[in-house]
Design a protein around this ligand. Structure first.
Ligand SMILES: Nc1ncnc2c1ncn2[C@@H]1O[C@H](COP(=O)(O)OP(=O)(O)OP(=O)(O)O)[C@@H](O)[C@H]1O
Ligand SMILES: [Mg+2]
Length: 336
């Protein structure tokens, strides 16, 4: 993928597995991509496609059974996989901010949110006074568009709505001025109106600070609203990657076509049932030898079962892994 400027995050041929009693779960298999300052990259795919594990690998926050078994991760030019404990602490605290789906599990329910934000600020800026940290906490709450920010410092998490709690999570994640913000399903638990406000907040945070944002979601509609670029994952691999317009209007992979068809359409209200791709994802204990989508693909050919397709570069910013894109495939360009 050729995007001008040096990448902030560079992942090359990443393989991550979980070693369980049942065997090796190959959760991430040969994933490579780049992300740049100031862009919002959507990572989309069904449950179990490897989205979270890819970014837990990037921050080296995998659970004990998880291991990066191959590949390279570079953040701002540094080799993340060779970092010491101290360097990793710095990376997670200052380089990369993270926001997860359920703020109630990340916020301490017994502490006022102001105290939690101040703690975060002071942990990485020892020289700052309590008063200065509180002033900074107010500015942070304002930057995530929390009304009457000063009064809200005393609120406990349970006193805030789901959308407000999620805003507090963003405030904590940006408190130390990270260059990369990873938001893993930040809007999944929210209703559509609040979801749309959080997506607007994500765009304004990027516009205000030029931070690079990775937005992980299973909802291609969320991506269309917010991102410039999209990575589509399935079975631990990247199936397609491109600019939002390329993914929506020049969709190359049958899996992406299925995801696109499953976006709710206003014209469908009261009409047909919402489409979902038939079948279920592959078992990553014993992943398919060929294309991971083979068993669910309505255009599958014999070669798809036996051999994993290479990536076909469709434009400088668009690539996809599907044998149908092979120049020698007779049906190529058949108006999908
Ligand atoms: N701790 C673990 N032990 C064993 N397998 C795991 C573990 N964590 C994740 N996996 C497996 O790794 C694969 C990828 O999981 P991952 O959490 O990255 O999916 P995801 O795309 O983030 O899905 P979701 O949309 O549900 O969050 C899945 O098959 C999952 O079962
Ligand atoms: Mg996940």
């Amino acid at each position: 993928m050729q995007i001008p400027g040096s990448p902030l995050l560079e992942v090359n041929h990443l393989h991550t597995s979980f070693f369980t009693f049942s065997g090796e779960v190959q959760a991430v298999r040969d994933v490579s991509f780049r992300a740049h300052r100031g862009e919002i990259v959507g990572v989309v795919g069904e449950s179990g496609s490897g989205k979270s594990v890819t970014f837990l690998s990037v921050t080296r926050l995998l659970s004990a059974s998880g291991k990066i078994v191959g590949g390279e991760v570079r953040f701002d030019g540094e080799n993340v996989l060779a970092m010491s404990h101290m360097q990793l602490r710095k990376l997670r605290n200052q380089g990369i901010g993270m926001v997860f789906q359920e703020p109630m599990t990340s916020l301490n329910p017994t502490m006022q949110i102001g105290v939690q934000i101040v703690e975060r600020i002071r942990a990485f800026n020892k020289g700052i006074s309590n008063q200065q940290a509180r002033a900074q906490a107010v500015r942070l709450l304002e930057s995530v568009r929390i009304p009457e920010a000063k009064n809200q410092l005393k609120a406990y998490p349970y006193e805030l709505s789901g959308g407000m709690r999620q805003r507090v999570m963003f405030a904590i994640a940006i408190a130390t001025g990270p260059k990369l913000l990873i938001a893993d399903e930040p809007t999944t638990a929210l209703d559509v109106t609040i979801q749309s406000q959080i997506l607007k907040l994500i765009r304004s945070l990027r516009n205000d600070t030029n931070v690079c944002i990775i937005l992980i979601t299973h909802d291609l509609g969320v991506v269309a609203e917010t991102c410039e670029r999209v990575i589509v994952m399935y079975g631990g691999m990247i199936m397609e990657e491109g600019l939002v317009d390329e993914i929506f209007y020049e969709t190359a992979h049958p899996y992406t076509i299925g995801l696109r068809k499953s976006i709710p359409n206003i014209n469908q209200l009261g009409g047909d049932r919402l489409y979902s791709v038939p079948g279920s994802p592959p078992n990553l204990l014993n992943p398919p030898q060929g294309c991971p989508f083979y068993a669910r693909c309505d255009q599958a050919m014999r070669i798809c079962k036996q051999h994993r397709p290479p990536y076909y570069q469709l434009s400088p910013t668009h690539r996809s892994m599907c044998w149908l894109l092979d120049p020698d495939y007779p049906g190529r360009g058949g108006g999908r």
